[in-house]
Design a binder for this molecule. Structure first.
Ligand code: MG
Length: 263
């Protein structure tokens, strides 16, 4: 029988392809097929305790001084009180909010705060402060994670501690009693903007309050405003700001503040 050579080649190709497919189907799965070896994560040496700054953290307050902070109003040196390794809000007239010298984009933040044991007042006027995850102006502009005495202190729930002010209702009330130290661990994903200033991607915040998840990748609608609907205003990098709230209750304290910039 005579078979034309090109036809023979074609037939051989079909047989080879078929056997290849068959071989692939019958080949035993290999665990190595799904192993990934690169990129190798950088080594970060953790602190002695999880609340201590890891080796790559930027320490914003270690109990000694306010060198990393300035007045949010005029960028003069911060005038809050440093004593006994802690930082206490200065509510004197004209002092106001303080913010970091350094500006950030996406980050992981650790910050501890304490409502004084002799706290007075009620609702929003009881230990009110705040951590602005991005400060976009000298006043209360930006994105505030509320700090407030929320231990048996009723207020609107999107304004209690753990809330992204007037936007998120925390998933739980993890408040400790006044006088005890409390912790926020935050993952902040900054909003991004197009060339024309319009929003490209929104901001997200994940917050653990005393180890309890209270904001789970919460998508913000814009800045956290006291009055009106939130909106976005374009910025690139921003300081982190702490609030000197104007209520008359006893000033609260902070300690052990550090941040890790995220890629
Ligand atoms: Mg506040």
């Amino acid at each position: 029988m005579y078979i034309h050579f090109p036809k023979l080649v074609a037939l051989a190709s079909v047989i080879m392809a078929t056997s290849l497919v068959f071989a692939q189907k019958t080949a035993k799965p290999n665990p190595k097929d799904t192993e990934v070896w690169e990129p190798v994560p950088p080594v970060v040496t953790p602190g002695a305790k999880d609340s201590d700054p890891p080796s790559d953290a930027i320490v914003l307050f270690d109990g000694r001084n306010l060198d990393a902070w300035v007045s949010a109003q005029d960028h003069t040196p911060a005038k809050w009180f440093v004593h006994d390794g802690i930082l206490t809000v200065n509510k004197a007239a004209g002092v106001g909010n303080i913010e970091t010298r350094q500006k950030f984009k996406d980050y992981q933040l650790h910050i501890e705060w304490r409502i004084p044991s002799d706290i007075s007042g009620s609702d929003q006027a009881r230990g009110n402060s705040g951590v602005f995850l991005a400060s976009t102006g000298p006043g209360d502009d930006g994105y505030e994670l509320q700090v407030l005495d929320s231990y048996q202190n009723k207020t609107y729930v999107n304004g209690m501690a753990g809330s992204l002010y007037k936007q998120s209702i925390p998933l739980a009330n993890a408040a400790r009693k006044p006088g005890q130290w409390q912790t926020y661990n935050v993952i902040w994903t900054a909003p991004t903007f197009k060339e024309d200033g319009s929003l490209e991607t929104p901001a997200y915040a994940t917050v653990f309050w005393n180890g309890v998840l209270v904001d789970n990748h919460f998508r913000l609608k814009g800045q956290t405003l006291y009055i009106g609907k939130p909106f976005y205003k374009a910025y690139d990098r921003a300081p982190i700001k702490l609030q000197a709230h104007g209520d008359k209750s006893e000033p609260i304290s902070y300690r052990n503040i550090w941040v890790r910039e995220l890629p």
